[in-house]
Design a protein around this ligand. Sequence first.
Ligand SMILES: [Zn+2]
Length: 193
Amino acid sequence: MEPAASGSPQPSSPSTSPPPPPQPSRYESQKRRDWNTFLQYLRNHKPPLTLTRCSGAHVLEFLKYLDQFGKTKVHVETCPFFGHPDPPSSCSCPHKQAWGSLDALIGRLRAAYEENGGRPDSNPFAARAVRIYLREVKESQAKARGIPYEKKKRKRKPTVTSVRLDVDLTSSVTGDGSNSDSPATSGAVPSLG
Ligand SMILES: [Zn+2]
């Protein structure tokens, strides 16, 4: 009195799993998400704003709007932790978008704008004002956290480094902060003839 189909093995597929289907790269999917976020921002803009009328000033507005979703604490100058890369306790300073995130975001949106039919010479993400704003954010965040970006720049790696920089900064709170590839001479004792 057993059910008929019990115990019959499925001969069709051996247990090897097929290779994963090709996926859009993380960069591409992130770019698409960013672009949709920006289009949505334009739709909700008051007064309404179309892409063709969008200027660098609007891009700056957008970047400032994103700060409310930021996760990077940026100390104000009056905070006792201003300039401390690793504060011993918390404070009430606001969270903002890290410079590295904004910089990468602008790069993706600049590309997306042209991929969606925008003309390079009217690309609002390539506007001078945007570049200046990003540089100001970078410098002020570097000061607020006591980390000079200039020093790290010396490594001169491709632009991807700028994103990594920011990851390093936030993760160094939990890490031991040691920098293995710095040319520290502390261990090496030179022989004195
Ligand atoms: Zn603070």
